[in-house]
Write a protein that binds this ligand. Structure first.
Ligand code: A2P
Length: 276
C-alpha cells in the first residue's frame, strides 16, 4: 500500500498513504519518528513550517539515504502569511530547514490565520497562490495546493487566479463525513485530491463502538478500519504515530470495507470532544 499512488491532475504520482508529523516535536522525537517511518516503508512525509519540526524531519530524510526521486515531501506555508513577497521567503526557509532543493507538494496551510479562524483573507490567499504558481512553474514545487479550504474558499481562489489546486488537505475521519461531504464532493468533481489529516481523530475515534465492531468483523484493528475508511472515499490518509509498531499497523491496509459499512461509518455523528 505504501508504494501505491494516486495521480494528481498534472500527472504527478503521490503515494496513497502519507506519514503525518503534526504535533511531533522537533528534536529526537521527530527525527526518530521519520527515521522509523522511512524504515517501515513510508515514502510520503507531510510536515509544515508551523509544526516547527522541519529541521529534524529534513535531517532524518537526509540520513535515511533514500533517493530523492523516490520520496514525496510536503510542507505548508504558515496560515498568517498572505503576501506574495513573504510567500517566497517562507518557501525558501522551508527548503533550507528540510535541506531540500525542491518540494513535491506545497500547501497554503489554512485560508485564515489560526489566531483568527474565519477571518476574510481572500485577496491574501490569491497573492500567496500567485507566488506558489510561479514557484511551481520554476519547478521548485511539483504540485501546489491548499489545506482547510471549504467550497467557498476554493471557488474564490480559482476565480481570482484561474488555477485549480492539485490538493486540499482537510481534517477527515469517521464521524466527520457529514461536515466534510460538500468539500470532498466539490474537490472530487474538480479533480482536486483530498488528503485526510487526523484519520484517527487524533486517537478519539478508536473507541467508537461501530469502529470496534467493524474491527472485529474484518479482523483488523480500529486504526486500520479508520484509515481504510478514508481510502474508501478516495482520500489520502496522513496517519501519524511516534511508535514503529503502530506505523506498521497503520500501513497494513490491504483489505476493503463494504459499501454498506462505509455508509454506516458516514453516518457517525461528531463527538463534541473532537476538534473541527
Ligand atoms: P502515538 O504517537 O503514541 O502512537 P491522528 O493521525 O488521527 O492525528 O492520530 C494520532 C494519534 O493517534 C496519536 O496520539 C498517536 O499516538 C495515536 N495512534 C496512532 N496510530 C495508532 C494506532 N494504530 N493505535 C492506537 N493509537 C494510535
Amino acid at each position: 500500500m505504501l508504494k501505491e499512488t494516486f495521480e494528481l491532475y498534472n500527472g504527478v504520482k503521490i503515494p496513497k498513504v502519507g506519514f503525518g508529523t503534526w504535533q511531533v516535536p522537533n528534536g529526537d522525537i521527530a527525527y526518530q519518528a521519520v527515521i522509523d517511518a522511512l524504515d517501515v516503508g513510508y515514502i510520503h512525509i507531510d510536515t509544515a513550517y508551523v509544526y516547527e519540526n522541519e529541521i529534524s524531519v529534513g535531517q532524518a530524510i537526509k540520513d535515511a539515504h533514500i533517493k530523492r526521486s523516490e520520496l514525496f515531501v510536503t510542507s505548508k506555508l504558515p496560515s498568517h502569511i498572505k503576501t506574495y513577497e513573504e510567500t517566497e521567503s517562507y518557501f525558501y526557509e522551508t527548503l533550507k530547514r528540510l535541506q531540500l532543493d525542491y518540494l513535491d507538494l506545497y500547501l497554503i496551510h489554512a485560508p485564515w490565520p489560526w489566531s483568527n479562524i474565519g477571518q476574510e483573507c481572500k485577496e491574501g490567499n490569491a497573492e500567496a497562490w500567485k507566488k506558489m504558481i510561479e514557484l511551481y512553474e520554476q519547478r521548485k514545487i511539483r504540485a501546489i495546493g491548499v489545506s482547510n479550504f471549504n467550497v467557498d474558499d476554493l471557488k474564490d481562489l480559482i476565480a481570482r487566479t484561474g488555477v485549480v489546486p492539485h490538493v486540499n488537505q482537510i481534517a477527515f475521519f469517521a464521524g466527520h463525513f457529514q461536515k466534510q461531504k460538500e468539500t470532498i464532493a466539490f474537490c472530487q468533481e474538480n479533480h482536486i485530491l483530498v488528503e485526510a489529516y487526523s484519520p484517527l481523530a487524533i486517537g478519539h475515534a478508536l473507541n467508537t463502538p461501530l469502529v470496534v465492531s467493524l474491527a472485529e468483523k474484518y479482523q483488523k484493528t480500529p486504526a486500520q478500519i479508520l484509515i481504510r475508511y478514508t481510502l474508501e472515499h478516495n482520500t489520502l490518509p496522513l496517519p501519524k504515530s511516534t511508535k514503529k509498531a503502530r506505523m506498521e499497523e497503520n500501513a497494513d491496509l490491504d483489505f476493503s470495507i463494504s459499501k454498506e459499512d462505509v455508509l454506516l461509518l458516514d453516518q457517525l455523528s461528531e463527538d463534541p470532544r473532537r476538534f473541527g
